[in-house]
Design a protein around this ligand. Structure first.
Ligand SMILES: [Zn+2]
Length: 161
């Protein structure tokens, strides 16, 4: 039995949900696609001018392009407090659980977008308490949080004066 099912999601149109209780560290679904050389991904216009949402680094020679309908794992949404991670095992990518997941929970992982001037193009609707409002990898979120804090201080100062 599959560990997931496709359902309407509050984060995006659709998402994957746990179809039964899943233990921490379980391989849930393979992230499948086409293995392409770095050269190919650098030259292909398809990967220009947008975040590499479906493009994963496999090693220093190859990437995996998961932008295909048959890649069900591409429906998994980003969350600021994800319950899954994507990890490479040789030339395969697996979505695995970071913790125990209850039946009916939406599956999510950190899309790992870097922080740059375009970050506002990718709002996050994960709804988690720690959501920073944008899809930015966890290691870079402090940059946004700092910004939020700064703005908050500005508002506070304004009212105090
Ligand atoms: Zn979020």
């Amino acid at each position: 039995m599959k560990l997931y099912k496709i359902k309407k999601s509050n984060i995006d149109k659709r998402g994957l949900y746990a179809s039964k209780n899943i233990k921490e560290g379980t391989k849930i679904i393979e992230y499948v696609g086409k293995i392409i050389s770095k050269k190919e991904s650098e030259q292909n216009e398809k990967f220009d001018n947008k975040r590499d949402i479906y493009l994963f680094n496999l090693n220093n020679k190859y990437d995996l392009d998961g932008d295909f309908k048959f890649n069900t794992a591409r429906l998994i949404n980003h969350s600021c407090d994800p319950n899954c991670e994507v990890a490479g095992v040789g030339l395969k990518l697996w979505i695995s659980s970071l913790r125990d997941i209850k039946k009916g929970e939406e599956l999510s992982y950190d899309y790992g977008f870097s922080y740059d001037k375009d970050y506002k193009q990718f709002p996050c609707k994960c709804g988690e308490k720690i959501c920073v409002g944008y899809i930015v990898r966890s290691g870079s979120r402090w940059r946004i949080n700092k910004k939020f804090k700064k703005n908050k201080n500005l508002v506070t100062n304004f009212f105090q004066k």
